[in-house]
Ligand binder design. Structure first.
Ligand SMILES: Cc1ncc(COP(=O)(O)O)c(C=O)c1O
Ligand SMILES: Nc1ccccc1C(=O)C[C@H](N)C(=O)O
Length: 423
């Protein structure tokens, strides 16, 4: 491979998404590779927040129905703008809640244990919040999580085998919840095949798309996935605590949500103030209360960027960035005991790379001191996400070369090999 910096510069010149980088706030002298934890602020997202504040200033209560983006319809509007990113119909998507609360809502709605089927199938590599939520939902229904939550094991500690998941789809499984992309290794699960296999066995299936939305294309409607949920602060760049999203396949429309509130109502009926809920006829039924407008507003700007860039082009560049990163790691860092545990193929490699090293915590600190922002995941992982909309090939080149210097000069030894509060 060509390891010269000039090669990175050539790749940047050919990059047809390169103009989007100018729209993001990138701190001087830093290389930000943590967009899979918190994406960067764009000028359009910032403008959308300003506009939302101004609408409040100008319209007060009338902002619900007036102005450019009336608040009463904003969750639905943002849902339709999100739909192309996940291959869903517009009314199958709603922007609401947070990842974990949406998951609670969907499990409360779709987990319907009966005499024969009582178990929930998940995996042992998922993000803790999902597992906590599943255990608490089981307890609410009177089941012991130790018996009723099945977590598919990983053979190597980093990835999952489709066959192992399919094998675990036993007759007593009522519901399956899995990540679309694993938060550590970045492996993409075969959502299409898993959905097909689950449905053959009469099992409902949903996916956590936190690490896949905005990084890879999806075809949820075509695959027949029952439900999905995600956050918007990672690849979607909507800011810390931004409002999340959920998808419900249209075949489930017309059902009552497990956790109801007045924003579950059909829009026409909501202000009739009846004590009998008439749920919305679409994914809107899975909303609960008043939307967090100021935390939803940035999505207006950031989704506009995605709709201009196109998720296929984003994926293409992301694959090129991660490929380049892995090749450089291979050729430049072979003396330093790093292991790339992310899949290397284009079918199952997501938007970030997970590097293991026994000194990972302090290597991350040394990188940060040099202006490079990765994140550390305990006990020994360095996550690197070169993001298509704002990272460059030159930044990838500089990252690997800085890492090489840090290892060669043993500069990581200046730090304690212990994580900070978050990373
Ligand atoms: C896969 C996954 N699920 C759930 C969460 C938790 O989401 P939230 O804290 O937004 O509810 C995260 C990240 O925080 C995540 O990466
Ligand atoms: N929501 C957060 C709040 C604070 C700090 C990090 C997060 C993350 O999102 C972490 C991410 N889910 C991860 O895959 O590690």
């Amino acid at each position: 491979m060509n390891t010269e910096k000039t090669y990175a510069n050539q790749l940047d010149q050919k990059d047809n998404l390169k103009d989007f980088r100018k729209e993001f706030y990138i701190s001087n002298g830093t290389i930000y590779l943590d967009g899979n934890s918190l994406g960067l602020l764009s000028m359009r997202a910032e403008q959308a927040v300003d506009d939302a504040v101004n609408a409040w200033k100008k319209y007060a209560i009338d902002g619900w129905t007036e102005g450019e983006h009336p608040w009463f319809y904003l969750s639905e509007k943002l849902g339709s703008m999100t739909a192309p990113l996940i291959g869903a119909k517009k009314d199958e998507v709603i922007v609401t809640g947070s990842t974990t609360t949406n998951m609670h809502q969907l499990v409360a709605s779709f987990y319907k244990p009966n005499n024969k089927k009582t178990k929930i199938l998940a995996d042992e590599l998922n993000f803790p919040s999902d597992i906590y939520a599943l255990k608490s939902q089981l307890k609410l229904k009177g089941y012991d999580p130790d018996e009723h939550l099945i977590q598919v094991k990983s053979r190597n500690g980093n990835t999952l085998e489709t066959e192992d998941i399919v094998k675990a789809m036993a007759d007593d499984v009522a519901l399956i919840v899995l990540p679309g992309v694993l938060y550590r290794s970045g492996q993409i699960l075969d959502m299409e095949r898993l959905t097909k296999e689950a449905h053959k066995r009469n099992i409902t299936i949903g996916f956590d798309l936190c690490h896949s939305i905005g990084a890879i294309p999806h075809q949820l409607s075509e695959w027949g996935v029952d439900f999905a949920f995600w956050c918007t602060y990672k690849h979607l760049n909507a800011g810390p605590g931004s409002v999340a999203g959920l998808y419900v396949n249209q075949k489930h429309f017309g059902n009552e949500p497990g956790l109801a509130g007045w924003f579950s109502s059909s829009k026409e009926k909501q202000f009739d103030m009846e004590h009998t809920l008439t749920p919305a006829e679409d994914a809107g039924a899975y909303q609960i209360g008043t939307p967090h407008l100021l935390s939803a507003a940035p999505l207006l700007g950031s989704l506009e960027i995605f709709n201009e860039a196109g998720i296929k082009q984003v994926r293409q560049k992301s694959l090129e960035l991660t490929h380049y990163l892995m090749e450089l790691i291979d050729s430049e860092l072979s003396d330093y005991n790093f292991t790339v545990v992310s899949p290397t193929d284009e079918v199952t490699r997501g938007g970030h790379i997970f590097l293991e090293h026994k000194e990972a915590a302090r290597i991350c600190k040394a990188l940060k001191a040099d202006g490079i922002v990765p994140d550390f995941r305990t006990p020994n992982g360095i996550r690197l996400a070169p993001v298509a909309l704002y990272n460059t090939f030159e930044e990838v080149w500089k990252t690997v070369h800085t890492l090489k210097q840090i290892m060669k000069e043993e500069r990581y030894k200046r730090y304690e090999n212990k994580r900070g509060v978050i990373a």
